[in-house]
Design a binder for this molecule. Structure first.
Ligand SMILES: [Cu+2]
Length: 118
């Protein structure tokens, strides 16, 4: 009986990391966090480690003057990515804030700071 309980505990521990992975964690992005890009139109794309609900995920852009605007998202071309046009960016420091709803119902948030140079 003790042996069975131990086996169950080991199985539960083994399964735990996979449950944690169901949260949408950012895997890669354009622009990258800490990235430097040139002025002009910028199309942002964020890739996650799991499926995300594009209709309930958001991107917002904080401009150098501190104003925040929501980014209209494209239709999802991948179930684990969200993307949208950031517009014609002037030089300065920007922050792209993201919020993603994963298929397990959990929301994760983060931000990507980047610089636009002339
Ligand atoms: Cu989760």
């Amino acid at each position: 009986m003790l042996q069975l309980t131990r086996a169950a505990a080991v199985l539960a521990l083994a399964a735990a990391p996979q449950l944690a992975l169901a949260h949408a964690l950012l895997v890669s992005s354009t622009p990258q966090d800490g990235g430097v890009i040139h002025v002009g139109q910028l199309h942002a794309e964020l890739k996650f480690n799991s499926r995300v609900d594009g209709a309930r995920s958001t991107l917002s852009l904080v401009s150098p003057d501190g104003s925040t605007s929501s980014v209209q998202l494209d239709g999802q071309n991948s179930p684990s990515a969200v993307s949208g046009e950031l517009g014609d960016l002037k030089p300065g420091a920007y922050t792209l804030r993201w919020q993603a709803l994963a298929s397990d119902g959990h929301i994760t948030r983060g931000q990507i700071a980047f610089h636009v140079e002339p």
